[in-house]
Design a protein around this ligand. Structure first.
Ligand code: UD1
Length: 420
């Protein structure tokens, strides 16, 4: 296991954003829908991508991954079982379920299990696939499903927490090969779902309404392979915005789509940074004074993403005044609070609310990464804190950030990876 040693750093310069992990993973799963060849560019080199490659290989794909391009071809093996040893590390593997059912009429996918950020139910996935004409049960830690042939349906996919990204992905992918028309209401509007729909359309699917809460899909008998480029990672870009704010460093972020980052850029402006977007869509963040406090509520897109909550909370620990963070997607997603408090932050949690009393300084400490985005928050706090911070268990960060320490070092960050 690796750890990071981080020292307070003043950063400057320009940083390039990689392709989106959360767009790439369901798109990789979508290749199950065809026996044609798929060439997918701008894939980040991450543990989660390697895990999905492993799952697809078990499911009968032959894959090469070179210079951020994946080539996925069909082999003869037509397995329908996604085993627990691969699925357990990554929830996104659950979105093999829809494509397996659509293409192979049966699927056995291990349940991803509990997660440090709180309960992660799969009822919406089961409801939607059930309504498309699937017999679906949970047995011995596996979701088993079979169908005599999927049939289009009118499906409502809302939950108490709003829309679901991966349930939308699963139902959308299944509907592409279902007989007749499917309408998904309360579909997730995240750019990653829009990207998936565009990929499916490149494969020949008939979809209308991507990027909106209502998707209309007319099923096709089959779809083919295609060549496609993944969108930039808005969560990685948002993390760099938070790095800039916390370290009071002017940073240019290249290759991101600022239109996917409106809510995060709005917060950056509210806390007092200058945001400049140039003609090539490079984003420059210039924090010019001590950060002002701000209230953030996480919501489904285009609201503020839960996947940036921890990173922005690390910034607010240094704001001049009291901020309130309300977590509406995962009310338990606050594992980073205890670690930030060990660094001198003053954060009190009450249910889904975190009240952050900004301090002038944070100080280095030995801390533990608990999950992917919390790890990024601790790196941010470490770069802003006086003295040395040791972050244990950084394998979480390798699941979701492509070459994070190299990218940060290029900006002048003092960060080293060591064996724990
Ligand atoms: C995806 C992202 C994850 C992000 C999350 C919310 C990927 C690979 N992961 O996860 O990084 O944090 O969206 O933006 O894209 N829910 C139910 N029943 C279900 C499914 C979800 O009640 O069947 C609830 C969840 O508990 C949560 C909310 O819906 O409160 C949103 O979760 P969801 O959008 O499904 O998250 P994921 O798609 O798993």
């Amino acid at each position: 296991m690796d750890k990071f040693i981080v020292h307070q750093s003043k950063l400057s310069g320009s940083i390039e954003v990689s392709g989106s992990k959360n767009a790439a993973l369901p798109i990789m799963a979508a290749t199950i829908l065809t026996d044609g060849d798929c060439i997918i560019h701008n894939i980040p080199d991450l543990m989660d991508i390697r895990t999905m490659m492993g799952i697809l290989e078990v499911l009968g794909k032959k894959i090469t991954f070179k210079k951020s391009t994946l080539v996925i071809k069909a082999k003869r093996n037509k397995s329908f079982v996604a085993p627990y040893n691969l699925v357990r590390t990554m929830r996104a593997s659950f979105c093999c379920l829809g494509p397996l059912l659509a293409k192979r009429k049966k699927a056995k996918v291990a349940l991803p299990g509990g997660c440090i950020i709180g309960p992660r139910p799969v009822d919406l996935h089961m409801k939607g696939l059930g309504e498309l004409g699937t017999d679906i049960v949970i047995e011995n830690g596996y979701c088993r499903a079979k169908t005599k042939g999927l049939k289009g349906a009118h499906i409502y996919l809302g939950s108490a927490f709003g829309s679901s990204v991966l349930a939308t992905a699963n139902i959308l992918m299944a509907a592409v090969l279902a007989r007749g028309e499917t309408i998904i209401e309360y579909a997730a509007c995240e750019p990653e779902i829009e990207c998936l729909a565009l990929f499916l359309k490149e494969m020949g699917a008939d979809i209308v309404g991507e990027g909106t809460p209502m998707l209309r899909i007319r099923g096709r008998e089959q779809i083919g392979g295609c060549e496609f480029k993944i969108i930039p990672d808005r969560i990685e870009a948002g993390t760099f915005i938070a790095v800039s704010l916390a370290t009071k460093s002017t940073i240019q972020i290249r290759g991101a789509n600022p239109y996917h980052l409106t809510s995060a850029l709005e917060v950056a402006k509210k806390v007092g940074a200058k945001v400049i977007i140039d003609r090539n869509l490079a984003i420059t963040i210039k924090p010019e004074r001590r950060l002002s406090p701000v209230n953030i509520t996480t919501l489904a897109y285009p609201g503020f993403p839960t996947d940036l909550q921890a990173q922005f909370m690390a910034c607010l620990c240094l704001a001049k005044g009291i901020s309130l963070v309300t977590e509406k997607i995962y009310p338990e997603r606050f594992m980073h609070i205890a670690e930030l408090n060990r660094m001198g932050a003053s954060i009190q949690r009450n249910g889904p609310y975190a009240i952050i009393e900004g301090k002038e300084k944070l100080h280095g400490a030995e801390i533990m990464a608990s999950d992917l985005r919390a790890s990024a928050a601790l790196v941010i706090a470490g770069l802003a804190a006086e003295g040395k911070t040791e972050i244990l268990r950084v394998y979480h960060i390798d699941r979701g950030y492509d070459k994070i320490e190299y990218k940060l070092k290029k900006l002048g960050a003092k960060i080293e990876r060591r064996k724990q």
